[in-house]
Design a protein around this ligand. Structure first.
Ligand code: SF4
Ligand code: SF4
Length: 196
């Protein structure tokens, strides 16, 4: 089959455009408008908390079931799905809770994690979600390996919508924000968060 070639001509500037002065003046007018209507957009973090987009994928959260217990059944599907091998799980029997097993150890190494979300997609029981927290720093490497004791909170229910509920949970846990008014403001974003 013959290949058709379409020749595109480079657009020519009109005499008016070749003057350049009107375009420069137009740009200056836009700059001037921004100067006159100047509104600061800087967020005074951490005193001010920015509401994150609903689909933000931050640090992981392990939501609870209706009894406030960990939902994870240590099936290790998330461990297998993780492309960076950041997840490590050790299972233990959980006959007392009517399930075969649960995680004795559930670690995520945030030096490896690329926040792809494959782990939460792989989970068959909605036991792992990506939350709203983005503060991730440590003075040593060990501090970047988070355990299930950090991820799990009985106050975060599995049916929580993807809003800032998880962010509130993280704030309360890490004492990132001790301003009660700010916490209340975030609480109003959801009716799902419950006090223990
Ligand atoms: S978000 Fe991606 S890289 Fe991070 S633990 Fe989950 S699967 Fe692994
Ligand atoms: S978080 Fe989900 S996928 Fe990962 S081990 Fe637990 S139940 Fe399985």
């Amino acid at each position: 089959m013959a290949i058709k070639i379409k020749v595109l001509k480079h657009p020519e500037l009109t005499w008016y455009e070749k003057l350049y002065i009107p375009q420069i003046l137009g740009g200056l007018v836009i700059t001037l408008k921004h100067l006159i209507r100047f509104k600061p957009i800087t967020v005074q973090y951490p005193e001010e908390v920015k509401e994150l987009p609903e689909r933000y994928r931050g640090l992981h959260v392990m939501p609870a079931d209706d009894e406030g217990e960990i939902r994870c059944v240590a099936c290790k599907l998330c461990e297998v799905a993780c492309p960076t091998q950041a997840i490590s799980i050790v299972a233990e029997p959980a006959d007392d809770y009517g399930i075969e097993r649960r995680p004795k150890v559930f670690n995520i190494d945030f030096m490896r994690c690329v926040f792809c979300g494959f782990c939460e997609e792989a989970c068959p029981v909605d036991a792992l979600r990506m939350g709203m927290k983005y503060e991730l720093s440590s003075y040593n490497r060990a501090g970047l390996i988070h355990t299930k004791e950090v991820f799990f909170d009985p106050n975060v229910k599995s049916n929580a919508p993807r809003n800032n509920a998880n962010f509130l949970y993280e704030m309360g846990k890490g004492d990132i924000l001790d301003n009660i008014e700010e916490i209340d403001k975030v609480k109003k974003l959801t009716g799902i968060y419950t006090e223990s």
